[in-house]
Ligand binder design. Structure first.
Ligand SMILES: C=C(O[C@@H]1C=C(C(=O)O)C=C[C@H]1O)C(=O)O
Length: 388
């Protein structure tokens, strides 16, 4: 066996290309699978098959004596299965809603390179759509651009695994006629960026969006003598820092955006927790139909009477119908002090007759009920393997 690095790397490159080819082949088979399921109307996800498949791979690796940890095999194949499930979902959704390959206009907060912009690109890539990017100065403007027809979709952050709910977006949802048609979980990897080579200890002013500052609060506390400047978005921050060209100012943003503004990365992974993920929602003027074969979710707006137990009674309807609730949020109702609007996200498809019946029942327990939208769940929860 040669120990020549160039030669070994050439061999690695050859294997990587083989892996890529095999992944592409598997990806095509996922499309054959969905065409077959279309005929049989089978649910798209089959967690039993996924469990068996993972278990069999782990056993096979052991029998063959491959030096691969079961955890490693599981992680890699869970990612592959996630792609397969989402590919099938996209196929069914595009067919059901008769979407053709076309260019779509997507509105998002910030300039090019903002996290919302990266999420918009990821959504368009998943649906294989050409993207026309429309920058907005505020969340409100994103809603307005979709309402006026200037944009087909609006991409907005709803919650983050570190800083929690984005209240401003929840409040805007209370008064909108737009429909929620999709979701997207996007990993947020904050870093410190500056225009010139510098040490983090040199920084005296940090620019970013309040949400980013909040998600990196521990890192910021560890810095001494630093002043914070809040910006409309992280992309505004990156642009400002780029224009200043000084070693004592830096932006908190992302690596991809940093490249766009010619910035250097001084430090990566500065969020309070490594699993820093933002869930974005996609808004459109018209609601989408979601295939019954897809695991879907519905977001409801609900207000209850001010009587004792009114909310508990309303929520008990979900329990009665065996419906899982994935999110419960409340926000003040403007003009009505101390009354709350509830946001309920449930794992349900509103086109199912049982769910329609359940919502009729729920009306009886609420003073206001509105469906904000039904959408495919794009968060593919990995299956758990049976304990040894
Ligand atoms: C490909 C399929 O659809 C889904 C994806 C799977 C995979 O990628 O292996 C397995 C089961 C299903 O959840 C299938 O049913 O075989």
């Amino acid at each position: 066996m040669s120990l020549d690095l160039t030669e070994i790397r050439r061999e690695i490159t050859r294997i990587d290309r083989q892996l890529l080819k095999l992944l592409a082949e598997r990806h095509c088979l996922a499309l054959d699978v969905v065409r077959s399921k279309e005929l049989t109307q089978k649910p798209l996800r089959d967690t039993e098959r996924e469990q068996q498949l993972l278990q069999a791979l782990i056993c096979h690796a052991e029998e063959e004596g491959y030096a691969l940890e079961p955890q490693y095999i599981t992680q890699i194949f869970q990612k592959i299965i996630e792609d397969s499930v989402l590919t099938q979902q996209v196929y069914l959704q595009k067919k059901l809603n008769q979407q053709r390959e076309q260019s779509i206009h997507i509105a998002f907060l910030g300039k090019l390179g903002s996290y919302s912009n990266l999420a918009a690109r990821s959504y368009a890539t998943r649906y294989r759509e050409q993207l026309v990017e429309l920058s907005c100065a505020s969340f409100e403007q994103v809603f307005d651009k979709v309402k006026s027809g200037e944009a087909d979709y609006g991409v907005l952050p709803l919650e983050n695994t570190t800083s929690g709910s984005i209240n401003e977006v929840y409040d805007l949802l209370q008064h909108t006629d737009l429909s929620l048609i999709g979701e997207l979980a996007y990993p947020i990897k904050h870093c410190v960026l500056s225009a010139t080579p510098a040490e983090v200890s040199q920084i005296r002013t940090l620019y970013s969006h309040p949400q980013v500052i909040q998600q990196c609060s521990r890192f910021i506390q560890g810095l001494s003598d630093v002043h914070i400047e809040y910006c409309e978005s992280s992309s505004h921050a990156m642009q400002k820092v780029s224009a200043m060209g000084r070693p004592d100012v830096a932006a908190l943003g992302n690596e991809e955006g940093g490249k766009l503004y010619g910035l250097q990365v001084l430090k990566t992974d500065i969020a309070n927790q490594p699993n820093n993920i933002t869930r974005f929602i996609i808004l459109a003027r018209n609601a989408l139909s979601v295939s019954a074969q897809i695991h879907s979710k519905t977001l409801l707006l609900m207000r209850t009477s001010q009587q004792a137990g009114a909310l508990v009674d309303a929520l008990s309807i979900f329990k009665k119908h065996g419906i899982n609730m994935t999110k419960l949020e409340s926000r003040p109702i403007y003009g009505t002090p101390w009354e709350e609007m509830f946001y309920l996200e449930i794992e349900a498809n509103i086109n199912h007759p049982d769910i329609r019946k359940m919502l009729e029942e729920l009306k009886g327990y609420s003073t206001y009920l509105k469906i904000l939208g039904c959408y495919p769940s794009e968060i593919v929860k990995p299956v758990a393997l049976a304990a040894e």
